[in-house]
Design a protein around this ligand. Structure first.
Ligand SMILES: Nc1ncnc2c1ncn2[C@@H]1O[C@H](COP(=O)(O)OP(=O)(O)OP(=O)(O)O)[C@@H](O)[C@H]1O
Ligand SMILES: [Mg+2]
Length: 239
């Protein structure tokens, strides 16, 4: 489904990613962990074509997206939705316009648009907020709107960048439950970047640990905890 082949991403002579190879199967919840600055967000940006690797290849369903034109990449970005580290909503647009952003070119009748928006907001557990502005929502609600906006694109893959960071434990739990529910209902593939070990083992089918630009470990959450590798042990003890 998703494959990175020997991906190098260089910035100012430094290899942020230094030969990353990964395969993520359809329907997985694949978690990427690693210290701050390890290159986790960079991987997500490569997966939806916001960045192109310096060398190596990125395949989505067998298609090498590193070779696509900017126009063709738009198609990939619809299929591979990125939920940003900050909710990154359009601050000047009300919630309904944020969620309905994917349909803006369809010229839907107002009632139909609102009905669709409400259906998706209900899916993320939000009711009656469609007319509010993003600034009038709490951080947790903004994350859910951001998730709703991604879901509206009907993607095959959802990339989550730190979906629970900055949230209290109860709201975090709600977001994680929601991610699992969406996973089951929409049959998507999820790639989740998180610092939260507990969250990773709760929702991850597999976990990868990124260290110094390379994948130091890939395995099930149970295997992560049992790994004899010192890098993994250090990470687990620190988390
Ligand atoms: N456009 C850029 N220009 C310069 N440096 C960059 C750029 N993008 C990323 N970097 C550097 O690449 C490294 C990896 O960044 P990235 O955002 O992928 O890390 P991360 O693992 O997501 O970290 P965090 O956990 O703090 O979000 C960092 O050292 C960052 O400073
Ligand atoms: Mg990041």
């Amino acid at each position: 489904m998703i494959r990175l082949e020997d991906v190098v991403y260089e910035v100012d002579g430094v290899n942020i990613l230094d030969g990353v190879s990964l395969q993520i199967e359809k329907g997985e919840v694949f978690v990427i962990m690693g210290t701050s600055g390890a290159g986790k967000t960079t991987i997500l940006r490569l997966l939806n074509g916001l960045l192109r690797p310096t060398s190596g290849r990125v395949f989505i369903d067998g298609e090498d997206i590193t070779q696509l034109t900017e126009k063709e990449m738009t198609r990939i970005r619809r299929r591979v939705a990125l939920v940003f580290q900050s909710a990154a909503l359009f601050d000047s647009l009300p919630v309904w316009a944020n969620v309905g952003f994917a349909w803006r070119k369809e010229r839907l009748p107002e009632g139909e648009l609102l009905r669709r928006v409400q259906k998706i907001l209900a899916l993320v557990g939000l009711d009656g907020v469609e007319d509010r502005m993003p600034a009038e929502l709490s951080g947790g609600m903004q994350k859910r709107v951001s998730l709703a906006r991604a879901v509206a694109m009907e993607p095959d893959v959802i990339l989550y960048d730190e979906p629970t960071s900055g949230l209290d434990p109860i709201t975090s739990r709600k977001i994680l439950d929601l991610m699992v529910e969406l996973q089951n209902r929409l049959k998507v593939t999820s790639v989740v970047v998180t610092h939260d070990l507990q969250a990773a083992s709760q929702i991850g089918t597999r976990v990868a640990l990124l260290h110094e630009g390379k994948i130091a470990f890939v395995g099930s959450p149970a295997e992560l905890y049992e790994s004899p590798q010192s890098i993994v042990q250090e990470f687990v003890a620190g988390g």
